[in-house]
Design a protein around this ligand. Structure first.
Ligand SMILES: [Zn+2]
Length: 241
């Protein structure tokens, strides 16, 4: 774990907890604070503006697939640009798509290894220049570290979703098999029952719409529908029991 660059700041275990705290501060002190993730693995609050979290929803599907098909050298360029917060949100969101998560993680891992190697190589260099370089490099490593955490979190969500979907699918198949049908047949059956219930509950409305559409097309309203409308009218005019 990396040391916290701001050890005196309040820390929160989750983003949600930090958001809650920021709300309390806003009400009490009228101060706008934004939550941000720290390399120390906790969340803190800051007065500075913080970019809203990026999600794959902001990415264009065609871009996602295009980036997925790029060779490593070009893919890495996108990873590095994202580390520097360069590019539009849509460009950067592409990396957050499940199609690119695994590769993004691999590249971040390679970049962090590379930075660690450089830091190790210059460990004994005590010059001022090396000191400044080290400061910049450690800060860069911290950024990579944060992206890695973000990537892991996104992958965990994808895994949980896939697991849940698989679980539902398996259960549906079992239930259908027990009923001697396929899942598709069972769904179709449920749909038919639902339509039946809809007509029972809103038959008058349904008949009226049908009649309107027939008339709009210049067709004669079939007896069946006309009868249905008359029945409903008769029902309404009869005194309540
Ligand atoms: Zn911290």
């Amino acid at each position: 774990m990396t040391d916290c660059p701001h050890p005196t700041k309040s820390r929160f275990a989750t983003r949600a907890a930090a958001v809650n705290a920021s709300r309390r501060v806003r009400i009490r002190a009228n101060l706008q604070l934004a939550p941000y993730e720290c390399v120390c693995t906790w969340w803190h609050l800051t007065k500075n503006t913080v970019e809203a979290p990026l999600t794959a929803d902001e990415a264009d599907r065609a871009d996602v697939e295009h980036v997925a098909s790029l060779p490593d050298i070009d893919f890495r360029e996108i990873v590095v640009a994202d580390l520097r917060s360069q590019g539009t949100r849509a460009d950067r969101a592409v990396l957050r798509h499940e199609l690119n998560l695994r590769r993004w993680k691999r590249h971040l891992g390679q970049l962090i290894d590379d930075v660690n190697m450089q830091l190790k190589d210059r460990k004994h260099d005590t010059s001022l220049e090396a000191h400044n370089w080290r400061k910049r490099t450690v800060s860069y490593r911290n950024t990579i570290d944060l992206r890695l955490k973000e990537c892991r979190r996104l992958r965990a969500v994808v895994h949980a979703d896939a697991f849940r979907k698989n679980d539902y699918r398996r259960r549906d198949v079992e239930i259908a098999a027990a009923a001697g049908a396929t899942v598709k047949e069972l769904r179709h059956h449920a749909g038919e029952i639902a339509v039946g219930r809809l007509i029972d509950a809103h038959g008058a409305e349904f008949a009226r719409y049908c009649a309107e559409e027939y008339r709009a097309l210049g067709l004669t309203v079939p007896d069946r529908i006309a009868r249905h409308i008359n029945e409903i009218r008769a029902d309404r005019s009869s005194p309540a029991v």
